[in-house]
Write a protein that binds this ligand. Structure first.
Ligand code: LM2
Ligand code: CA
Length: 442
């Protein structure tokens, strides 16, 4: 069971990530931060320029090589690992272009890294390739170009060596983990091969971005030997029980019995930078209902949760604001709302969900559960204040606890038999979360 919590600080600059590690993520005990691809990408204001690599120089919209190394060091110093988004399925599209560090490229030619024969290509012509358009066909998904992006031949020894040396470079800088972008579009054995060719003695945490679709050729389990895997169905399945009222009571036992991948392999999230522009059931735009979803994400015993931290957008292509996150305009900073739950999860530890109760007489909008004797949460998804009755079982030992979702403003007493000692009001779309690590001293 994963007791950590990590956060994707989408499109934050290296300098701002470093500050956030020191000011918030470290003190709150986040295990890691996922950063946007730090390597050279095409020029342009859209966020997705970051997914069109031009070289592996650590120069990007987020900052310079030097700023990157400084960020990694400062985050590490406060106990926060840096997980890099690694884009190696493909390179930048187009017949010609230039990267943010001044590197020129032409069609499928990225001197000195890759030449046209290092890419998958048509039999008779190394300047062109098939397009990904048939998700029932493994070869098509993995060897053709994804949205016109020249597809690297990840099975080639030369390409594997080049990727492994990029990864070694990142580890050298102190990076602790990788998100392997578009893993679904890379043969899993080839992905395993380049990972095994790293020479660094650091063993990174690796998770693979695989969107498993019913009946599709690529299966999440193909990757389990090499990495954890993004479980996109968690957001869909759990989300559908949060979007409509009356279904919170069905959230007991989220896991393999729901058709999800094994918990130990799963990276979970409510939304990510793609789904918040696509089919995510809930995003920051949904207000408090989205908070309910994130609170469930962080208190669930399933998977390794990743919080999304966004900037506001109307146009889905829109890049990040140029102000500082969290105090500047245009940033959402979702992760700041749930800081107290990170320590809650650490207290909950390896304990599975127990004592799951539907509290509103079967209406299904208010639930509570415990994680062993270490942590308790009650979540009110209804539009009205709910009174958590005196006598509700928490499994906690007697004492006074802070509600960690309330910046420790309020306390709750638990009696000798582990029950709530007074009636407690939980606001609409609100929650109370108590754990052994946040007991009131007296
Ligand atoms: C991913 N995971 O597998 C990323 O999470 C996702 O954000 C990336 O797409 C994708 N794979 C490739 O790394 C994004 C964005 C696309 C964008 C690509 C490349 O969602 O819209 O495609 O990055 O920048 C853009 C244009 C598209 C065009 C393509 C090539 O939107 O219309 O296709 O560039 O020029 C002709
Ligand atoms: Ca591929």
């Amino acid at each position: 069971m994963r007791i950590g919590t990590f956060v994707h600080l989408f499109e934050w600059s290296h300098g701002d990530v470093a500050i956030e590690c020191e000011a918030f993520l470290g003190p709150k005990k986040f295990s890691a931060v996922q950063v946007s691809p730090p390597n050279e990408h095409i020029v342009g204001d859209e966020w997705w320029t970051r997914y069109q690599p031009v070289s592996y120089a650590l120069e990007s919209r987020s900052g310079s090589h030097e700023a990157f190394v400084d960020m990694v060091k400062r985050c590490k110093a406060v106990g926060v690992d840096v997980i890099v988004d690694v884009v190696v399925n493909h390179m930048a599209a187009g017949s010609e272009g230039v990267g943010v560090n001044g590197t020129h490229y032409t069609n499928r030619n990225f001197d000195p890294l890759y030449s046209p024969d290092d890419f998958h290509h048509s039999e008779s012509d190394n300047q062109s390739n098939c397009q990904v358009n048939d998700y029932n066909d493994l070869e098509n998904v993995q060897k053709c170009d994804l949205v016109g992006l020249p597809d690297l031949d990840t099975s080639s020894p030369k390409v594997q060596k080049t990727i492994a040396s990029y990864l070694d470079n990142l580890l050298e800088a102190g990076v602790a983990g990788f998100r392997l972008d578009a893993s679904k579009h890379q043969e899993s054995e080839a992905l395993g091969q380049y990972l095994s060719q790293m020479s660094s003695t650091t063993v990174p945490y690796v998770f693979c971005e695989v969107i498993e679709g019913d009946e599709e050729a690529v299966k999440a389990e193909m990757y389990f030997d090499y990495c954890d895997v993004t479980e996109f169905n968690f957001a869909q399945e759990v989300g559908s029980n949060i979007v409509s009222p009356g279904k919170m009571k069905f959230l007991s036992g989220v896991g393999s019995s729901w058709g999800l991948i094994p918990s130990d392999s799963a990276v979970t999230f409510t939304d990510n930078h793609d789904t918040q522009r696509g089919n995510a059931p809930l995003t920051y735009k949904d207000g408090p209902l989205y908070d309910v979803f994130n609170i469930f994400l962080l208190t669930s015993d399933y998977g390794y949760p990743k919080l999304m931290s966004s900037y506001e957008f109307d146009d889905p292509d829109q890049g990040p604001p140029d102000s500082s996150p969290c105090d500047g305009h245009g940033w959402v900073c979702e992760h700041r709302r749930y800081g107290g739950l990170v320590a809650w999860r650490i207290s909950a530890g390896e304990n599975e969900v127990s004592n799951f109760q539907s509290l509103d007489d079967g209406e299904g909008d208010v639930i509570c559960f415990s994680r062993g004797n270490a942590a308790f949460v009650a979540i009110n998804r209804s539009e009205d204040t709910f009174v958590l009755k005196c006598g509700t079982e928490t499994n906690l030992r007697a004492g006074t606890y802070y509600n960690v979702l309330d910046d420790n403003e309020s306390t709750i007493d638990i009696d000798e038999s582990g029950k709530v000692s007074n009636d407690i009001e939980i606001g609409a779309m609100g929650a109370v979360a108590l754990h052994l690590g946040a007991m009131h001293e007296y």
